[in-house]
Design a protein around this ligand. Structure first.
Ligand code: SF4
Ligand SMILES: [Zn+2]
Length: 315
């Protein structure tokens, strides 16, 4: 695996590699669903997820493909509450709600503060509301929103990796200190946080990918997060495809995701989940992919280690 690219990875380079965005409608979320999740208190509960349509994130991280379902300009005040209202009518009842906006909930250019009150009123019957944010956008605005909410607020923050050189190359514009400070701020104010952690970002071999994902879980829990979600890094956003072509990046194997998830669950420091979206792309073995996917889902739900899958691909 090549480590040092002979080009500068910055906003301009990343943006220049992008393809087209999908067509989205600012009056509707771009996706919505309900899934089961183990809660912090250990119950299995339905969690609704609304993927809000809004202006693309102000950051441009190397591995991010969330821009595909965003608008180029800010959407009008009132549009986000309308999207939530519409989605809640489509969705079955659930106790918890994730409002994911392909960026940061507390980015004023994505979700205007004047919408907080209507959002809080629409979600008042949930027990928990989970939003996502770049760690550097954690500040008093989170408390303003929290104070309007009846449900508990949780905030998901991208830690990505504690490999500092790779973190810099990811163009996340964040230090580990920024992450730690944001988690402490939230903890001091009684807000639970969860960390998104990448499995095998660019410039790492498969074994280094496992090692740094595990160290990132250690760091996230020591910083005070309650929960970690491990996300296998994929190509598909232009920049990552080019890095893959030039041997700076390869997608991780599903076996590594199992290894890291087992490590995280065994720590017993908080919930650890694996992102199980489209896992087929992380396996070349048709014989065991379904079994491995089901095992990962079971590990996510029960937070208990089950027997490993035996297959010729892992012997
Ligand atoms: S902060 Fe999050 S949403 Fe924004 S570019 Fe980075 S990974 Fe994507
Ligand atoms: Zn197999």
């Amino acid at each position: 695996m090549n480590e040092d690219p002979d080009f500068n990875i910055n906003d301009q380079w990343i943006l220049s590699k992008r393809g087209r965005k999908n067509t989205v409608n600012p009056r509707k979320p771009y996706a919505w669903l309900v899934e089961k999740e183990r809660t912090a208190s250990g119950r299995l509960e339905d969690t609704a997820i609304i993927f809000l349509t809004n202006r693309e994130c102000s950051f441009h991280c190397l591995m991010c493909d969330l821009w595909k379902n965003t608008t180029n300009v800010s959407i009008p005040a009132g549009a986000i509450p309308k999207q939530i209202e519409w989605a809640l009518k489509q969705l079955p009842e659930a106790r918890n709600l994730k409002l994911y906006n392909s960026g940061s909930f507390f980015d004023e250019r994505a979700i205007p503060e004047e919408d907080y009150k209507s959002i809080a009123s629409l979600v008042k019957n949930f027990e928990t509301v989970i939003v996502e944010s770049h760690p550097r956008l954690i500040n008093e605005k989170c408390l303003i929103f929290r104070d309007m909410l009846k449900p508990d607020l949780q905030i998901a923050l991208g830690l990505e990796t504690v490999h500092t050189e790779v973190l810099r190359k990811l163009n996340k514009q964040m230090t580990l200190e920024d992450f730690r400070n944001s988690v402490s701020f939230l903890t001091q104010h009684g807000i639970l946080s969860r960390a998104f952690i990448l499995l095998r970002p660019p410039f790492l071999s498969e074994s280094e990918g496992i090692f740094w994902a595990e160290r990132s879980i250690d760091f996230a829990f020591s910083a005070g997060v309650e929960c970690c979600t491990v996300i296998p890094v994929r190509a598909g956003n232009g920049a990552m495809d080019l890095l893959m072509e030039k041997n700076y990046f390869a997608q991780p194997d599903i076996l590594s995701l199992e290894t890291v998830l087992e490590y995280g669950i065994r720590l017993n420091s908080g919930r650890v989940f694996a992102d199980v979206w489209d896992l087929g792309m992380f396996s070349s073995c048709k014989k065991c992919i379904d079994k491995r996917t089901n095992r990962l889902i079971t590990l996510n739900l029960n937070q208990k280690i089950t027997s490993p899958i035996r297959c010729t691909c892992s012997s």
